[in-house]
Design a protein around this ligand. Structure first.
Ligand code: HEM
Length: 613
């Protein structure tokens, strides 16, 4: 393989980059990495990202099932015209693909995914020291270009795509001594112990882990990933999901709202879940008006398809460009969804699938698996370790005059059962408004909420230092550390700590933990430290490689976004609903008093304009 790296590509003439882009498609083994690709002219950058996606699809997709290991499932007797609850039969050729309980895949070669052991450095450097000294927030650093809805939104999405489950392995532990000067030692604690992730061991290859949710982008966090949970969420009237008389989610005996995935609940999830359940119910009303003879199941199934596709569209063309605020990403994401062809030129037959995906967009095209069955990967999980987005506290403001209502909640108060206190004590519109106008935290070193480093999760036998856990889980699950991760994603590895960041303080902080051992820098630590970032990006270029690969793949592999994204399956009314709505509209119809506020910006994830006093 020819590994052609050009660290100073910007000194090369533009035509050299262009020549590569033309050749790369024909020569998938030719790697070219352009470190600061975002400085190129728009067209070149878009082409570069598209070529990168092709490269990553050829080199970074690994199935964790061996031949014959995937369960054999029949789709006989199943209504394959709509999404199933547990995700089976999305692929009719491989019905078990992407179903709840299916293994996570990998984005790096399987041989590079052995979990770390004590002798290979599982506890080195000390995860607690990393959490306390490198991650923990002293002063809140806001991400000023986005609002707090964007933070809640991404955890909501993550709960659709994956979960390792919350119970973990009750018989196997990760345990390491606390640093000598740790404040917990004052209370007599000497070690930090957490349960290992439940895993499937294999001989002669790394352990694998199962996703308890469906892998598909199917809003399983709302609808459930198993029939028993699903049944508790449906009203079974007119296709609608259950809500209370006040139009809010019903709450379970444990004090947490009932939902398809209600793990790690906080007030942010209350906001987004309530909005989407209301949206589903409004789509049911629309269908009932157009198709009065449809029964509850018909209404539910179509409403789920439409609500899900709208959610996927908003994530693709609104959330992502808000987080990665630059023209290149806005253009690329629009192309992913809509393609470049104007309406009047949407008849040209295009034989090459890659070109067709760009010309017509992914939606409604042919599925594209790049030769590997679809599943989310462990590396995908790791790059969403975004706990630094969380604010230390939330002060509710009135949506009419922006005045504080006098209610402030910190993390222990707004998480788990506490979220319901916030809902009970405030108007829902004021809570959503507060999220629309507050900033979340920036994804940088020294901005991890202190309260998340001593989190009391109900039912957990120990206090959680989420910063330490984020680091330890990656090591446990064999996600490569930062530099090796970069190598395996064809990025130029750092030679010294100074290569990771332009920010001298960030480099000094890394050195205080990792010394000069650049290979030992953890993925999360390196990613939070990394700079420069592409213009307007809330997260690092290293993490972005995973986005390039996964953002398109989860659409391209899904039958309901490709071959079955048709009026036959969705109805024309359904397709129109998706095409005509953005997140501002969804907020406007589900929380009508916020219609004007949500429309005060061109993207609902940007901080809303506050009324002048
Ligand atoms: C107050 C809100 C939150 C709480 C209480 C919370 C709590 C937790 C807990 C307890 C875990 C599992 C720890 C373990 O592995 O043992 C976890 C994992 C995780 N969290 Fe959060 N979290 C919150 C917000 C967020 C946000 C905003 C994101 C943004 C995407 C996020 C992303 C993740 C990811 C990616 C994982 C790994 C999931 C997996 O291993 O399958 N969390 N969180």
């Amino acid at each position: 393989m020819l590994d052609l790296l050009r660290p100073h590509w910007w000194n090369l003439p533009v035509y050299a980059s262009l020549a590569y882009l033309v050749f790369a498609r024909g020569l998938p083994n030719l790697y070219v990495t352009i470190p600061r690709w975002w400085n190129m002219p728009l067209l070149l950058s878009v082409l570069y990202l598209s070529a990168t996606r092709e490269q990553l699809s050829s080199h970074n997709l690994y199935d964790t099932y061996l031949q014959g290991e995937r369960p054999n499932i029949s789709c006989q007797g199943i209504n394959t015209a709509v999404r199933t609850i547990n995700g089976i039969c999305n692929s009719l050729d491989m019905p078990a693909m992407g179903a709840a309980g299916a293994r996570f895949a990998r984005f790096v070669p399987i041989n590079d995914t052995y979990g770390e052991s004590e002798s290979s450095g599982l506890y080195t450097p000390n995860p607690r020291a990393i959490s306390q000294e490198l991650f923990k927030r002293e002063v809140f650093k806001p991400a000023t270009s986005i609002n707090n809805l964007a933070a809640a939104w991404i955890q909501f999405q993550v709960h659709d795509w994956f979960s390792h489950g919350s119970s973990n392995d009750p018989d196997n532990f990760l345990s390491f001594p606390l640093p000598a000067d740790d404040q917990l030692r004052v209370a007599g604690q000497t070690d930090m112990t957490i349960r290992r992730t439940l895993r499937e061991p294999h001989s002669n290859r790394p352990a694998t882990y199962d996703n308890v949710n469906t892998h598909w982008w199917d809003l399983s966090q709302i609808y459930g990933s198993d029939e028993a949970t699903h049944a508790t969420l449906r009203s079974y009237v007119d296709g609608k999901m259950k809500v209370n008389k006040d139009d809010l989610l019903p709450v379970g005996k444990d004090g947490i709202p009932i939902a398809g995935d209600n793990d790690d609940w906080w007030i942010g999830l209350s906001v987004i879940h309530n909005i989407w359940v209301r949206e589903h119910n409004l789509v049911c009303d629309m269908f009932k008006a157009s198709y009065p003879t449809w029964n509850d199941t018909q209404l539910f199934d179509r409403a789920r398809l439409v609500t899900t596709a709208l959610n996927a569209k908003i994530h693709t063309v609104e959330w992502t460009p808000a987080l990665l605020q630059d023209k290149i990403l806005k253009t690329t994401m629009q192309i992913n969804w809509n393609g470049i062809a104007p309406k009047w030129l949407r008849f040209v037959p295009i034989m090459n699938q890659h070109i067709a995906e760009v010309y017509y967009g992914i939606m409604g095209g042919k599925p594209d698996f790049a030769g590997v069955p679809f599943a989310h990967s462990e590396e995908f999980v790791s790059v969403y370790r975004f706990h630094s987005l969380l604010r230390d506290n939330i002060t509710i403001r009135n949506h009419v005059d922006n005045k504080e209502t006098g209610k402030t909640y910190d993390i222990p108060q707004y998480t788990f059962q506490g979220a319901q206190d916030v809902v009970r004590e405030n108007k829902f519109g004021d809570i959503v408004y507060t999220f629309g106008t507050d900033n979340p935290g920036a994804l940088v070193l020294g901005n991890y909420p202190a309260a998340m480093t001593h989190l009391q999760k109900p039912g957990y036998p120990y206090t959680l230092d989420m910063g330490a856990i984020d680091v330890l889980r990656d090591r446990e699950r064999g996600v490569p550390r930062y530099n090796q991760f970069r190598r395996l994603f064809s990025l130029i590895p750092a030679k010294t700590m100074d290569d990771i960041s332009d920010d001298k303080d960030a480099v000094a902080a890394l050195r205080s933990i990792y010394g000069e051992d650049v290979e030992s820098v953890d993925l999360l630590a390196g990613s939070l430290a990394e700079s420069p970032r592409p213009t307007g990006f809330a997260f690092s270029n290293t993490q972005f490689q995973v986005f390039i690969l996964a953002a398109s793949r989860r659409l391209m592999t899904d039958r309901f976004f490709t071959t079955d994204y048709t009026a036959d399956v969705y109805t024309q009314e359904g397709l129109d609903w998706i095409e005509k709505s953005d997140f501002r509209d969804v907020i406007g119809r589900t929380v009508p008093e916020l219609n004007a506020s949500a429309h005060s910006v061109d993207n609902a994830f940007k901080p809303w304009v506050v009324p002048s006093s």
